[in-house]
Design a protein around this ligand. Sequence first.
Ligand SMILES: O=C(CO)[C@@H](O)[C@H](O)COP(=O)(O)O
Length: 218
Amino acid sequence: MAKCCINPSILSADFANLEAELHRISNADAVHVDVMDNHFVPNLSLGLPVVSRLQEISPVPLDAHLMIEHADRWAPAYADAGVASVTFHAEASIAPIKLARELRARGAKAGLALRPGSGVEPFLDMLSEIDMLLIMTVEPGFGGQEFLDLTLPKIRRARAAIDASGLDVALQVDGGITEDTIWRAADAGANVFVAGSAVYGAEDPAGAIERLRASGRR
Ligand SMILES: O=C(CO)[C@@H](O)[C@H](O)COP(=O)(O)O
């Protein structure tokens, strides 16, 4: 695998010491920021003002995952805040191609996310409009869940379509990623991995990132 990017999810971090927590994972490729609105998912996390502040203090680029309704309305502001990669849910967007173009026009990479139960096929014709496809490997909303094996065939189909397209689209997976599951997602074709509990639950988050990389490349 050419790439095995690990993006720790700050949902699992100690929010009281966020700046210190961010510096403990400075060997990560990006930090995955879970934005939840308590409507699209049954959980509430943080919003644009906090993400903007994180943007200022993070030693690595931000990878914002918007688990929010009305993505078309709210996502562009995250690109304007300088977030490197902004991922919105296909299920929360009325015009995903238009939104992806808008994010890119504002200088961000555009990501499209799918819930475990959403098919990938309806979105394969927009691969040229996005920089990353995120296949959720748990039901979005909470950290600490079990990796859903039923998502593996979808990851394989997405990988085949990306390879056939010849486009440089990252394939991200998020949820239940551990040293035991990362290699299976990698084997199916994922190359960007979000890990919350496996990183922040470890005594040495930087070491956990390296162990995940090694397992993802095996
Ligand atoms: O967005 C989500 C869940 O909605 C994920 O980013 C999780 O926060 C990842 O945490 P772990 O499953 O790795 O503990």
